[in-house]
Design a protein around this ligand. Structure first.
Ligand SMILES: NC(=O)c1ccc[n+]([C@@H]2O[C@H](COP(=O)([O-])OP(=O)(O)OC[C@H]3O[C@@H](n4cnc5c(N)ncnc54)[C@H](OP(=O)(O)O)[C@@H]3O)[C@@H](O)[C@H]2O)c1
Length: 321
């Protein structure tokens, strides 16, 4: 079957090790189910995988991709939950020390078929297209948990989203503005800032710019390039929710500000199946839709990866199968 995969990592030149070609079709073990993929979306996780971050060479060749929407063997339209926990794990699966995301231990979704545990299959509502549904399981679920589970924000409060055009950033803007938060955004270009305001942000600023006031919470996925600005932008007692570090994992922690202004730094990763159900329901009932930058055939995956590596994002990149 056609798939986008990696056989050898390259820390410095991820595009050079992306392969788009034939891989064996997966076989579903007991309790797992084969999904015919109709649409799969790209995440920065897939670029990190090409670099070998979180995906050691001994796990390769590995089909990339965490997110998929498609059909199950009975023809039902479904969305795939990307967090695979141990069979005996109970409770919040993101806290299972042995959990993985699709494409870390098990073959991923950028393919004609993917196999997943039966419990990871959720119904796709008719209101959402396959492409829209394929945006939800990673970037959008991560944004949902950051905003509604981890931040402690209430409608009317102000949230700063670092980054304007990425998958998680656009999800944070859309979900936050629909929930009644005042959303401030930083973006690296005038075009990206204007797009963030069109999406629902109250105001957008240059990366690192002084804000009109301090915020109740910051949503951080950019990492080293914006961390200091995030820490300085919070009100005393504010909350910094971090789920990613695209530009580097090791900024100065600025501990003096953290304790003196009594900030909470809260880590967040993906979300639970129940949170994904709630997100899907929120989209279906509130008319919220993921921002899709571009849809392209899986055979053209290299173009989509190049856009992400070069920072030419404007929402989610979706591959149709
Ligand atoms: N923990 C989890 O469960 C989880 C889940 C999803 C994602 N993540 C992580 O979250 C991050 C974002 O993922 P994504 O899929 O949304 O990636 P993406 O679509 O490639 O978006 C990248 C974002 O980073 C910003 N950015 C990149 N370089 C920057 C720089 N030098 N200065 C300022 N901003 C910069 C971009 O801002 P502009 O718009 O200004 O260009 C853009 O918003 C990744 O690190 C990913 O691994 C973690």
């Amino acid at each position: 079957m056609l798939a986008a995969f990696v056989s050898t990592p390259s820390p410095d030149d991820p595009l050079s090790v992306l392969e788009v070609g034939e891989r064996p079709a997966p076989e579903a073990p007991d309790g797992w189910v084969t999904i015919d993929v109709k649409a799969a979306s790209l995440n920065h996780h897939d670029v990190f995988s090409l670099r070998g971050v979180g995906l050691p060479a001994e796990k390769m060749p590995m089909i990339l991709g965490c997110d998929a929407a498609g059909t199950d063997p009975d023809g039902n339209e479904v969305v795939v939950h990307a967090v695979i926990s141990s069979p005996d794990w109970r409770g919040d699966e993101t806290l299972d020390p042995k959990r993985s995301l699709l494409s870390e231990k098990h073959q991923g979704t950028l393919a004609q078929q993917v196999v997943v545990p039966r419990g990871n299959v959720l119904p796709k509502p008719a209101e959402l297209s396959f492409a829209e549904a394929a945006c939800l399981p990673t970037a959008w679920l991560t944004a949902y948990r950051m905003l509604f589970v981890k931040s402690g924000l209430r409608p009317g409060q102000t949230v700063l989203v670092q980054g304007a055009s990425g998958g998680v950033a656009t999800a944070l803007i859309v979900l936050g503005s629909h929930a009644g938060f005042r959303v401030w955004v930083t973006g690296r270009s005038e075009e990206k800032r204007a797009a963030a305001v069109a999406l629902g942000a109250d105001q957008a600023f240059e990366t690192g710019a002084r804000l009109p006031g301090r915020v109740d919470a910051v949503m951080e996925t950019v990492g080293k390039a914006t961390w200091s600005h995030s820490v300085k932008s919070l009100k005393p007692g504010g909350t910094l929710v971090v789920s990613g570090a695209t530009t580097g994992f090791d900024p100065s922690a600025e501990l003096n500000r953290v304790f003196f202004t009594q900030l909470s730094v809260v880590g967040s990763t993906m979300g639970t199946r129940t949170e994904l159900e709630s997100l899907i329901q929120f989209c279906a009932t509130a008319g919220v839709r993921p921002l899709i930058d571009v849809e392209m055939p899986l055979a053209d995956a290299r173009d989509g990866f190049a856009r992400m590596v070069e920072g030419r994002t404007a929402g989610k990149i979706v591959f149709t199968v």
